[in-house]
Design a binder for this molecule. Structure first.
Ligand SMILES: [Zn+2]
Length: 321
């Protein structure tokens, strides 16, 4: 039997779920291992590093998913609403999951927003403020907060400890000493990576530290390592708005004016718009990065540490010359 902490509401949710899906369901069945559900595969990898197999970590978004418009299946929604704990990116990042996250909270599931652990930055002030208003699952408008904090490994190092504390608070069965020790070890890896990236970026002349990306996804990376984000193909902090021909023409002008030589697209999204823009400007390279999903298992972006390192290496290779 599961240990129930948020007694009345969660019992109701568990009973409902069990009657809908059968008691043999692995999410609830005879296994006593607590289940932590994580919306994004990036945070899923981080949480797995902290828990070392002592809890079952369920990731909702598969590799290559677009987190802004991903929608949960009925089974995934059930898993989120019956989790022992739910970890999300927050600040409106998981636009397609907001209803389910809110439902889980109503059911009494402890929900942790990772972005709440770090100092946020605003989305670039590029005159597209109409795209920047998000409503998070608490109903608080988070106007203009850039949700992509994970592009800065130093911020992730801060979030790691907050996630560890949350897990220790919410999961009675967890080995607190082991989780704290794993958090410290992972923080050390993140700090080493941060230094490694700083050394790579030092090879890029300051005037060439400019980014044009798929959407406004590398704001935290830019702030951390001294880049200027001069434009995004899809304005704003999401991928769900699309780009107009007029906006692309204006961006082409900006790119010419700023002497940009590379457009950074996303590994898991179509690069058509980036290619169109590159053709429009001429003599521009399109380089793909792991923007907001891990890469495939055998790729150089298979883990969070790998994806951040691979991105920095690709950016340095493209701009340091
Ligand atoms: Zn994004």
């Amino acid at each position: 039997m599961l240990q129930i902490r948020h007694t009345p509401v969660l019992v109701a949710a568990v009973v409902l779920f069990a009657s809908a899906c059968g008691a043999e369901d692995p999410e609830l069945g005879t296994e006593n291992q607590p289940t932590v559900v994580v919306t994004t595969n990036i945070l899923g990898d981080v949480v797995t590093n902290l828990t070392g197999g002592t809890v079952k970590v369920v990731e909702i978004m598969p590799v290559g998913a677009d987190p802004h418009d991903f929608r949960a299946s009925a089974r995934q929604a059930d898993a989120m609403r019956s989790a022992d704990a739910l970890i999300v990116n927050g600040a409106g990042f998981e636009e397609g999951l907001l209803d389910v996250i809110e439902g889980a909270e109503i059911d009494g599931v402890a929900v942790f927003e990772a972005i709440g652990a770090v100092t946020p930055i605003a989305l670039g002030d590029d005159g597209h403020d109409d795209h920047d208003a998000y409503e998070n699952h608490n109903g608080h408008e988070q106007e203009g907060i850039d949700p992509h904090f994970f592009t800065d490994p130093a911020r992730m190092a801060v979030a790691v400890h907050a996630i560890a504390d949350f897990l220790i608070d919410e999961i009675d069965e967890i080995d607190a000493v082991a989780v704290k020790s794993a958090a410290e070890a992972y923080q050390a890896e993140l700090e080493a990576l941060d230094e490694e990236i700083a050394n790579l970026i030092a090879l890029i002349p300051q005037a060439r530290r400019v980014l044009v990306t798929n959407h406004e996804v590398f704001g935290y990376f830019a702030e951390r390592y001294g880049f200027d984000v001069v434009g995004a193909i899809i304005p704003g902090g999401s991928t769900t708005d699309g780009a107009s021909a007029g906006a692309l023409a204006a961006l082409a002008e900006t790119i010419r004016g700023a002497g940009v030589t590379v457009i950074f697209a996303d590994v898991s999204s179509p690069t058509d718009l980036a290619q169109t823009l590159a053709t429009e400007v001429g003599d521009i390279e399109v380089v793909t990065l792991y923007s907001e999903s891990l890469g495939e298992a055998n790729s150089d972006g298979a883990t969070y540490l790998d994806m951040i390192r691979a991105n920095a290496e690709r950016i340095a290779a493209a701009l340091a010359s």
